[in-house]
Design a protein around this ligand. Structure first.
Ligand code: MG
Length: 383
């Protein structure tokens, strides 16, 4: 592997207008925020990463404001001037900062991109170098679509039918108390055979176990994160009371969290968001734990722009990612996106992983500047 020496790192907080607002148990945000990380090497290679911090500390405790502070004051200075042979060296260089996985992920992703470009390989190939023999990238990711909370079962069915007609073969519905069993019943009555899963985004407590067990009759692929965002123990009490496999999302921040969850029987499926676990190095560790334990794995999304999406697609093209990932085609999210070409849905609910060097998509700098200007103008929480 050719090494890179990091000369400069710029960050761009951005605001992106969503094609369709996604309503979850957290509520709605006016636009999708993120921080783009642009890393320059001594040889003039540019690596891009995306920090998926949001406007408010909802999904994660991190926000655009906290991530800017941590990146500028602590994380970026720890990387400037460093010569790296592998992006897996990054976590140790950032280890003096506790927490802040979204910020660390954005920075590490930019290093992955720059190193892959320096070595003329795709990100999928770069990831696979750190996996056991036989884990050759498939060239595509199998994907599904996530549908937010709608005003009625009928409106939900309309959206599901639209997505099915577009070619998505796995449907995920967001639920919350009062919008769960009857929703599943109504959908199953009309669409008994679709691959269906529900995501609760931590909206329930263990006291809801009997209520949630009513979901068992609907042949769900999984129930995602029913209990608290920071809980593993109570999920281990809930899982034995359900036939439906629990998938943990928010609770998983490291490979050790996965080991603990599996040891306790807290879940049977893992949703891996590389941003949530602090980067692709930790993601590769989680991948290996899941493969060793025969645990189904899929890649979740945080409404990434094309920069973060392309890297997640590369990861989701690895063969140990065995269930459909939450990475929809570009036109579901942004028109236009920050990168070209757009990701389009292919046959059998798949999206091709980029084959060019690094993230394999072209970053449109004029659109990045426009999104950065939108953030400056519309950011409701100035720091
Ligand atoms: Mg989720």
């Amino acid at each position: 592997m050719r090494s890179i020496t990091i000369r400069q790192i710029n960050i761009y907080p951005i605001a992106m207008t969503l094609v369709e607002r996604l309503r979850t148990s957290f509520g709605e945000e006016p636009f999708k925020a993120a921080i783009l990380i642009e890393l320059q090497t001594d040889e003039g290679i540019t690596g891009w990463g995306e920090c998926s911090a949001e406007i408010k500390p909802g999904y994660s405790p991190e926000t655009v404001g906290t991530a800017q502070h941590i990146l500028q004051q602590f994380l970026i200075p720890a990387l400037l001037g460093k010569t790296l042979h592998s992006a897996t060296e990054v976590p140790a260089l950032l280890s003096e900062v506790r927490g802040h996985p979204l910020a660390k992920h954005g920075l590490e992703a930019a290093v992955w991109d720059a190193l892959a470009k320096a070595n003329d390989m795709s990100l999928a190939e770069a990831f696979a170098m750190h996996l056991p023999d036989g884990h050759t990238p498939r060239g595509y990711a199998t994907v599904g679509v996530s549908i937010g909370i709608k005003p009625s079962v009928e409106a939900t069915l309309d959206t599901i039918r639209l997505r099915l007609s577009q070619g998505y073969e796995r449907i995920k519905l967001k639920i919350r108390p009062g919008w769960d069993v009857e929703l599943a019943r109504g959908v199953r009555a009309e669409l008994p055979d679709i691959t269906l899963m529900l995501d609760a985004n931590s909206a329930y407590t263990l006291a809801d176990a009997d209520h949630l067990s009513q979901l068992d009759e609907f042949n769900l692929l999984m129930l995602e994160q029913p209990l608290a965002y920071d809980d593993i123990f109570e999920h281990s009490k809930l899982q034995p009371r359900l036939q439906t496999p629990i998938c943990l999302d928010e609770s998983i921040h490291s490979a050790n969290d996965v080991r603990l969850a599996l040891e306790l029987g807290a879940c049977r499926i893992i949703n891996l968001k590389p941003a949530r676990v602090g980067g692709y190095t930790e993601s590769l560790e989680i991948y290996k734990v899941c493969v060793e334990n025969n645990v189904p794995l899929w890649i979740g999304g945080l409404l990434e722009t094309g920069i973060g999406r392309s890297a997640n697609l590369a990861f989701a093209s690895l063969p140990g990612v065995t269930l459909p990932s939450d990475i929809s085609a570009t036109d579901r999210y942004y028109a236009p996106d920050l990168t070209e070409p757009p990701f389009v849905l292919g046959p059998n609910s798949t999206i091709a992983a980029p084959t060019g060097p690094g993230i394999g998509v072209e970053v449109k700098l004029d659109r990045v500047r426009e999104a950065a200007a939108r953030w400056e103008r519309d950011n409701p929480y100035r720091v």
